[in-house]
Design a protein around this ligand. Structure first.
Ligand SMILES: Cc1cc2nc3c(=O)[nH]c(=O)nc-3n(C[C@H](O)[C@H](O)[C@H](O)COP(=O)(O)OP(=O)(O)OC[C@H]3O[C@@H](n4cnc5c(N)ncnc54)[C@H](O)[C@@H]3O)c2cc1C
Length: 319
């Protein structure tokens, strides 16, 4: 049986597209498609709707809904919920229940397994903690990742978990370039603005309020709430860049990337505070580079794995 050109295109591209192209008088592009196995991960609509319908599937979920009262219920078994439960247990609160919507805990820090290696589904690294990040250091000590303190009080991280030279690159008009900043073709003015931007972020990293708190810290709660810094939350990243005369399209692209990477939003909808936090919170002081990164084969799923083990059968899935 021979196929007409239109039938062949339909079989390759899908009939609706060919119909559209035919209607517009265009020739369909001949594209080679390769089916990739897999599925999009994301919240389970099916189980989310159970909440809307006030229904439950498993005996476990039913008993969680109508069963005995607990001292603390934690909703969501991502890193936030799991670490809340972990901290409660550390403080002696034993009757904690974590209710998770999905089959497995982990949220966007979940990981998968294969015959070759474990691998992250989402979050893949953690900046090394500063000495003042006591809770994170306690967790990483428990995991065996922080092995001690240096003579000047900084946490010592197991070398096997450190990435000292993360190899980032970007793809532009068909070519890969090293790093995240598009240096190729940058003008002297572009470079001057980039350097000025780095210095500005260094100043924010070094900024301390009257109580000695970092202006921009991780966790966010430890950042200063002085109006000097929080006023940046009342203007967009775009407005701040313009106010500071950061007009270089390449620099603006880099900042846009940062906003999309961490907040899923662009320069117009991300606050100036959040943009500055993205850079300044990761630097120890004005001149240092960003902290070394900690990672595992399963990315931050290693933390989920550890916390899940610690919280144990106090986690109830809706499945
Ligand atoms: C692609 C990607 C890459 C990332 N890379 C990094 C990285 O390299 N480093 C880094 O530090 N961070 C990274 N992040 C961010 C990191 O994954 C998140 O900051 C972190 O997982 C947030 O944890 P969370 O517990 O607050 O939320 P989530 O991880 O979103 O967890 C929320 C949990 O609550 C559950 N839930 C939701 N609704 C309900 C309900 N009604 N009842 C019960 N349970 C519910 C969800 O199923 C989920 O398990 C990345 C994120 C993504 C998506």
């Amino acid at each position: 049986m021979s196929l007409s050109r239109r039938e062949w295109l339909a079989s390759m591209l899908g009939a609706p597209l060919v119909a559209t192209l035919a209607a517009t008088g265009c020739d369909a592009p001949v594209t080679r498609r390769r089916e990739l196995a897999g599925a999009l991960r994301g919240p389970s609509m099916e189980h989310g709707h159970l909440l809307r319908n006030a229904a439950t599937t498993s005996a476990e979920a039913q008993s969680a809904a109508s069963g005995p009262l607990h001292d603390v219920l934690v909703l969501g078994g991502g890193p936030s919920g799991l670490s809340a439960a972990w901290e409660l247990l550390r403080r002696g609160v034993r009757d904690v229940r974590v209710l998770e919507l999905e089959r497995e805990a982990g949220g966007t820090s979940a990981f998968g397994t294969s015959a070759v290696t474990n691998y992250p589904w989402g979050a893949h690294y953690l900046p090394s903690p500063f000495r003042e990040n006591a809770d994170l250091i306690a967790l990483l000590r428990e995991m065996g990742v922080v092995t001690g303190l240096s003579s000047d009080g900084d946490p010592v991280v197991d070398e096997a978990c450190l990435v000292r030279e993360p190899d980032e690159r970007h793809f532009y008009r068909g070519f890969w370039y090293a790093g995240l900043y598009p240096y190729a073709g940058a003008s002297p003015e572009d470079i001057a603005q980039l350097e000025r931007f780095k210095r500005r972020m260094g100043e924010f990293a070094a900024l301390r309020d009257a109580r000695g708190r970092r202006a921009f810290a991780v966790p966010v709660d430890e950042s200063s709430d002085d109006s000097e810094t929080t006023q940046l939350d009342r203007m967009s990243a775009d407005a701040w860049l313009r106010r500071e005369s950061f007009t270089s399209p390449r620099l603006r692209w880099l900042c846009e990337y940062a906003c999309r990477d961490d907040f899923g939003m662009g320069l117009m909808t991300t606050s100036a505070w959040a943009l500055v936090h993205y850079y300044a919170a990761r630097m120890r002081d004005a001149t240092s580079e960003a902290q070394d990164l900690i990672t595992w084969p399963e990315g931050n799923g290693a933390i989920v794995k550890h916390l899940t083990r610690a919280v144990g059968d106090r986690i109830a899935s809706s499945f």
